[in-house]
Ligand binder design. Structure first.
Ligand SMILES: [Zn+2]
Length: 486
């Protein structure tokens, strides 16, 4: 490539999400996280020869629900295939999945980056089975002395969601993943916990000279376990591939592994061809017929999606777009918002939620729903601020105590003696003391230095431990200063 060529990154994403059905997709074993290893298994999900799979209707319904939420067409006549390969986490030697007739196809998801809406096309949404969970004793697969297998995960319903190569930056990839998770959680098909592995993500990344319409060689990137990792990994890989091209090299088609600690990708294996899996129709399962009536029934029962919820919050509660989107994308936040906004001003509640409350949750590592904070607490804080009982600054300090103790704000204000001082006599006495103690700034003010007044207000606040009513302080201070100047 000529020097100075600008490159653009082209990304397609493959996301796997475990279905939150009560039982597995081809047997009746329960689905739950954290049970003792190999206690939730049967001959089907252990892959015993001769065991016959039975399709879980609910898993199909969840897949249709996810596909509809992603604006997909639903395939009326679908079927399952065997994808043949050997790996210890796959006892049967094949995975039951879908091939040329995925349940959902040709959909899209809109994401927003820097205020611009970008449509990411969804190529397919299909249903398959989870493999068992492999744990390598020791640090990694290379140095491990042995590996352990847990079949509790084997046979859990899994949906795979594949985009077209429409993503053009690390920001877009992260925004897509966030929006996808919010959408799947909103329609209740998966809890999408990246940290527990119930949502996993792979990216197909290539680069090409900007303006070109040809695709470069694909690198498949695995082990992306957080929103931050997807962003950093794509940034890294885009730079690496651009550098290879710039120095006259060829990007190899391969699978690479993201090392989050090192902040770089590493070669895993050269890319296998799809044909090597030798897909063939699963003979033990009937073809899957999905009637239009069933799809319509599922469509009618669909919960509200994040975009619709955000639009409603802007319309009904007067929230700004950013707050509305942030709240609508998290069930934790929107549940709390709706409970609180029934008793207090919506935009004020939103401000608390995306500000202090989210910050406290992040800092303490406690999810909002698991915290001691209740919607009534925030409604009470807002009402005390509105009535002038406490200032905004005091409210933040009271909030910290509420978060830590779960006590009612009114009790904390009473116990800590934090009520705002609005009493004229009391305020005037403090103001006079401050004027007396600060002749310099008082003179400055007399000489026309308007800024001196904020220093004096600050002193009154200090004297009153932040309890002085700011408007009243300002008024009385000006009166007293005028008197002192006479
Ligand atoms: Zn089973």
């Amino acid at each position: 490539m000529p020097a100075g060529t600008e490159y653009e990154v082209v990304v397609g994403m493959e996301v796997h999400a475990e279905l939150a059905t009560r039982s597995k997709v081809f047997c009746s074993c329960p689905v739950s996280f954290g049970a003792p290893p190999n206690t939730q298994t049967c001959p089907v999900c252990l892959g015993m020869p001769g065991a016959l799979p039975m399709l879980n209707r609910r898993a199909v319904e969840f897949t249709i629900r996810a596909a509809l939420a992603l604006n997909c067409q639903i395939t009326p006549f679908s079927k399952f295939f065997r994808k043949n390969y050997f790996y210890p986490d796959l006892a049967k030697g094949f995975q039951i999945t879908q091939f040329d007739a995925p349940i959902g196809h040709d959909g899209w998801l809109d994401v927003e980056v820097d205020g611009e809406v970008k449509r990411i096309r969804i190529r397919r949404v299909h249903l398959e089975e989870e493999t068992a969970k492999l744990t390598h004793a020791g640090d990694d697969i290379i140095t491990a002395g042995n590996s352990l297998l847990d079949f509790n995960r084997s046979g859990i319903g899994l949906i795979e969601i594949v985009t077209e190569p429409d993503i053009r930056s690390a920001e877009e990839a992260r925004a897509y993943l966030k929006k996808l998770r919010a959408t799947l959680v909103a329609v209740g098909v998966s809890d999408c916990k990246l940290e527990e592995g119930s949502m996993r993500c792979e990216a197909n990344i290539s680069v090409r000279p900007k303006g070109s319409d040809k695709y470069g060689n694909l690198v498949e990137l695995k082990n992306i376990a957080s929103f931050r990792a997807v962003y950093r990994a794509i940034q890294y890989e885009a730079a690496r591939q651009s550098q290879v091209l710039e120095s006259g090299g060829v990007v190899r088609r391969e699978t690479r592994h993201w090392d989050d600690a090192k902040g770089e990708t590493a070669f895993m294996r050269s890319k296998e061809q799809a044909a090597e899996y030798c897909y063939f129709p699963e003979p033990d399962l009937m073809p899957l017929e999905i009637s239009e009536e069933w799809v319509e029934e599922i469509r009618r029962g669909m919960p509200e999606l994040p975009d619709a919820r955000a639009a409603r919050y802007m319309r009904d509660y007067g929230l700004n777009k950013e707050d509305a989107q942030q709240i609508a994308e998290s069930k934790e936040l929107w549940w709390f918002f709706e409970q609180t906004a029934a008793k207090a001003d919506g935009p004020e509640v939103a401000k608390w939620l995306v500000g202090e409350i989210s910050a406290a949750a992040n800092a303490s590592g406690v999810e909002l729903s698991q915290s001691r904070l209740r919607p009534e607490h925030i409604a009470e804080l807002i009402s005390m601020m509105e009535s002038g009982k406490i200032s905004g600054k005091i409210a933040k300090s009271v909030f910290e105590d509420v978060w830590a103790t779960g006590k009612a704000p009114a009790d904390i204000v009473r116990e800590r003696g934090l009520s705002q001082i609005s009493d004229e006599g009391e305020l005037r006495a403090i103001v006079r003391r401050v004027i007396e103690a600060n002749p310099g700034p008082v003179q400055d003010f007399g000489a026309g230095k308007e800024r001196a007044i904020s220093f004096l207000v600050g002193q009154v606040m200090k004297e009153s431990r932040g309890r002085a009513n700011p408007q009243e302080t300002n008024r009385i201070l000006r009166e007293e200063l005028a008197r002192a100047m006479e």
